[in-house]
Ligand binder design. Structure first.
Ligand code: NAI
Length: 306
């Protein structure tokens, strides 16, 4: 397979590193900054001699090099600074992603597109519109990361292995995300049998603020180790056609009472992208958060010129 990563910053380059180590296919990494993708590609190629991988990695400023990619991952744009919300990024990132998307449509018209750039659900919509691709081929990474954070907090609280925690976080990728304790298990044992409600509620709240917690600590830039790990698990599901059920920002056509917007829902991921959207039964307060978050997303989208 040929995988292209747009944006050679923290998330993009770390994703390339993880993909290269897995030898999932040849990789192209692009950025607007001259020398940046080339330098990082050279470094990552040399790491292969030590780590033991032969993955082809090309760093470039030229979109023509993404030609015929099977999969394109968008990580270009600006990230949050302390005190900023993901929505503060919209003006700059929507311009960048419209241009990026037109180039994807031009050079890699058959590709599956995974968007990572924030504000996630809005930018994923823009990527779908500006590529003109089928909605099933364009989706966003959010819930896998948020679920990873929730799982990590649960494991810490229970003093158990993170590997045994299975969970799901849906909704908008922001303050209105919806972690789902009722669909969370530890090796098959329901979380709700393992922890009292108030302790679960604290973990839910920490999950919703999980990104901001890291932004505050870093003082510059935002998370990229867990985000890149989340991207790679989605890439693997597509490249290997494994039909994994993972949360993704997907285009809704009536599911969860929503139409014409993107937000996080459980999907079946395979070679053609989002192969199915799963509709889970939720609590009334969870539906309420979903309604609020979809309203916010819809308002922003209605003001976009795409
Ligand atoms: P970064 O600042 O380290 O990297 C962004 C890169 O994009 C830079 O190298 C920059 O030169 C490049 N870029 C800017 N304009 C471009 C253009 N027109 N064409 C090509 N490249 C361009 O930022 P980082 O940490 O890698 O984050 C990237 C994006 O991903 C941000 O919007 C961030 O908010 C988002 N993000 C989303 C997550 C999610 O869960 N969906 C998780 C983590 C980050």
């Amino acid at each position: 397979a040929k995988i292209s990563v747009i944006g050679a910053g923290n998330v993009g380059a770390t994703t390339v590193q993880r993909l290269a180590e897995l030898e999932l296919g040849e990789i192209v990494m692009t950025d607007i900054v001259e020398g940046l993708p080339q330098g990082k590609a050279l470094d990552l190629i040399q790491a292969g001699a030590i780590k033991g991988y032969d993955t082809s990695i090309i760093g470039t400023n030229n979109y023509a090099d993404i030609a015929d990619s099977n999969l394109v991952i968008i990580t270009a744009g600006i990230a949050r600074k302390p005190g900023m919300t993901r929505e503060d990024l919209i003006k700059t990132n929507s311009k960048i992603i419209s241009e990026v998307s037109r180039n994807i449509a031009k050079y890699a018209p058959e590709s599956i597109v995974i968007n990572v750039t924030n504000p996630l659900d809005i930018i994923t919509y823009i990527a779908m519109k500006s590529t003109g691709f089928d909605t099933k081929k364009v989706f966003g990474m959010s819930g896998v990361l948020d679920s990873g954070r929730f799982a990590s907090f649960i494991a810490e609280e229970l003093k158990c292995s993170k590997k045994d925690v299975q969970t799901m976080v849906i909704g908008g990728h922001g303050d209105l995300m919806v972690p789902l304790p009722q669909y969370t298990t530890v090796s098959g044992v329901p979380l709700t049998d393992l922890l009292p409600e108030d302790r679960i509620a604290r973990l839910v709240e920490r999950t919703v603020n999980g990104g901001a917690e890291i932004v505050e600590l870093l003082k510059q830039g935002s998370a990229f180790y867990a985000p890149s790990a989340a991207i790679v698990s989605m890439v693997e599901a597509v490249i290997k056609n494994s039909k994994r059920i993972l949360p993704a920002s997907a285009y809704l056509e009536g599911q969860y009472g929503q139409e014409g917007i993107y937000f996080g829902v459980p999907v079946k991921l395979g070679a053609t992208g989002v192969e199915e959207i799963l509709e889970l039964k939720l609590d009334e307060n969870q539906y309420e958060i979903l309604r609020k978050s979809s309203e916010t997303i819809r308002n922003v989208i209605s003001q976009l010129k795409v």
